[in-house]
Design a protein around this ligand. Sequence first.
Ligand code: FES
Length: 119
Amino acid sequence: MLTRTVLGAMVDIPDGVLTAVETAIDGEDASLIVYRQGDRLRAWHNVCPHAGRRLDWSPGRFLMSRDCLLVCAVHGASFETDQGRCVAGPCLGERLRAVAVSTEDGLLVLDLAQQPKSP
Ligand code: FES
């Protein structure tokens, strides 16, 4: 199993915008949500804990509320963008599944051997 995967260039990850990155994990297609705020990076599987669907309304396009919650486009569950915890909607209290990402030489790297850092 590959534990480290280059996901792309950091210049393609806009600051302050929820972004989808498509990759493969253990040979299976996987979509990740990446959220960059300056030097701070967070990432989760693009799978809603409510019904297992993608959260984006169109590939790579996510809803964000005025108070900066990630809103699932399917049934409206709202997630904090720091911990990925659902604070409203049908999966209240559940969490998006976080993955560890980092930057190296201008690249965005997924590291499955690491636990995601807490904010
Ligand atoms: S699948 Fe996301 S709220 Fe139902």
